[in-house]
Design a protein around this ligand. Structure first.
Ligand code: URA
Length: 238
């Protein structure tokens, strides 16, 4: 791999910015300063440092975002503000996209990545990856709603996959619903079928990960190594 590609991926910057960093003499490979952007390195074995700090190569980026209301889960949109616009500019050329969609008014856990294979696994119905939503409705959930969710709710002429509804005993118009698929407006339509309107919807868990409580709405962070492992191995068929 060319050194400028390595630096561009490891430092999340453009190739030309990477070339600038290399030419400025800040990069060492195996202890030797290298100033040529086309110098060849091995991303698995070369010891590459920036200003003396060892860099870690990662082919892909994985981000956990606490999506706020009012932004759409898209890479670009002619009218609306997108979740990508919440990231710094140097991330915008990295091919990131949201792994799955949350409605404009839904908040909570959203994963952004440029790892298409991992995203496909998280989203494919084949893998039954779990997604948990906290929901607040305009009317209380009833015990029979639990059973109806477990049986599957008729939407689009077929039953949804069985889903688990837990009612908050203190506030019965609140609860959590676990889905293993992702139909359009699925939670809102399930609740609609049960005779309720959703007033607030937050995704709290996705693919084995829980929303980091230290992230405020609109904030994001990189996933840790162990979270990436969990994400990659989530789903029943893994
Ligand atoms: N179900 C919905 O209705 N909306 C979402 O954003 C996610 C799941």
């Amino acid at each position: 791999m060319r050194l400028d590609k390595y630096i561009s991926d490891a430092c999340i910057c453009s190739r030309s910015q990477a070339a600038g960093i290399i030419r400025s003499g800040k990069i060492t490979v195996g202890g030797n300063t290298i100033t040529k952007p086309d110098y060849k390195v091995n991303e698995k074995s070369s010891e590459i440092s920036l200003d003396g700090n060892l860099l870690k190569y990662s082919e892909f980026i994985y981000i956990m975002m606490n999506k706020p209301q009012g932004v759409v889960s898209a890479t670009d949109d002619p009218r609306e503000k997108t979740v990508l616009s919440l990231l710094p500019e140097n991330y915008l050329s990295k091919g990131l996209f949201p792994a799955g969609r949350l409605d404009k008014d839904t908040v909570g856990l959203l994963i952004l990545t440029n790892d298409g294979k991992a995203a496909h696994k998280m989203l494919s119905p084949k893998y039954h990856v779990e997604k948990t939503y906290f929901v607040e409705c305009d009317a209380p959930f009833l015990e029979k709603d639990i059973e109806m969710c477990a049986q599957g709710i008729p939407l689009d002429g077929e039953l949804t996959k069985p889903c688990i509804l837990k009612i908050d005993p203190e506030h019965r118009n609140r609860g959590s619903i676990v889905l293993t698929e992702g139909k359009y407006h699925e939670i809102k339509r399930i609740c609609g079928y049960l005779g309720k309107k959703v007033l607030f919807l937050e995704r709290t868990d996705f693919a084995g990960l829980s929303l980091d409580p230290s992230l405020s709405r609109g904030e994001w962070r990189h996933l840790t190594e162990s979270e990436i492992y969990i994400l990659r191995h989530s789903g029943a068929n893994n």
